[in-house]
Design a protein around this ligand. Structure first.
Ligand code: URA
Length: 208
């Protein structure tokens, strides 16, 4: 069964409150998304494998470690973009593979419009990045795409989740752990998370 991690870190709580505030301007909003993502990623990456690496300090030889697994960052366009940079600075060797989805008007199911994944998987850990886990439709579709690609270790990183989205994703993909800054109350009739923060894409890109 999937594990759902909701941060209880005081820094996350503080920054999330600023992020939710409707008076927070796009520049500050982007900074907060970046910072919260880093704090969430710190937890999500706790089980990364390392391998031994011997190095020389200015004083002696000592045993150290290096990351052993290639990591893929998978932002869902467009609001996942703001979650990339912080993690990428921390793990510059990570590969970034964008996924674009739109909702089919008739079936209401997400359909992929952008996917440049190569034929064979090039990473062993995939982090799906999307700030809002609302209905779960995009996250579920992205996991399907990654599994078809051959990825076998997939985690979902978000900022705010709705109970409906968490339930849908964990039911569809019980092998995908979820990492969030907050689990909110419910979805409204327009599939917005309440209390939420509004449209995460518009608020990052100043298009509200
Ligand atoms: N996407 C958003 O940007 N906000 C929501 O509340 C739900 C989905």
């Amino acid at each position: 069964m999937a594990e759902v991690h909701v941060s209880d870190h005081p820094l996350v709580k503080h920054k999330l409150t600023l992020l939710r505030d409707k008076n927070t301007a796009p520049k500050k909003f982007r900074e907060l998304i970046r910072e919260i993502t880093l704090l969430i990623a710190y937890e999500a990456l706790r089980d990364l494998e390392v391998e031994p690496k011997e190095i020389e300090t200015p004083l002696t030889t000592t045993d150290g470690y290096k990351l052993a697994e290639p990591i893929g960052l998978i932002p869902i366009l467009r609001s996942g973009l703001g979650m990339v940079d912080g993690i990428w600075e921390m793990i510059p060797s990570a590969e970034v593979w964008h996924i674009g989805l739109f909702r089919d008007e008739h079936t209401l199911r997400p359909v992929s419009y952008y996917n440049r994944l190569p034929i064979r998987p090039t990473v062993s850990v995939c982090l799906i990045l999307d700030p809002m886990l609302a209905t779960g439709g995009s996250a579920i579709k992205t996991v399907e795409i990654l599994k078809e690609w051959g990825a076998n270790r997939i985690k979902f990183l978000g900022v705010i989740g709705a109970p409906e989205g968490v339930e849908a994703l964990t039911t569809a993909h019980p092998d995908v752990d979820i990492y969030l800054a907050a689990l909110d109350d419910h979805l409204n009739e327009h599939a917005y998370i309440v209390p939420g923060l509004g449209d995460a894409g518009d608020r990052q890109f100043g298009t509200a």
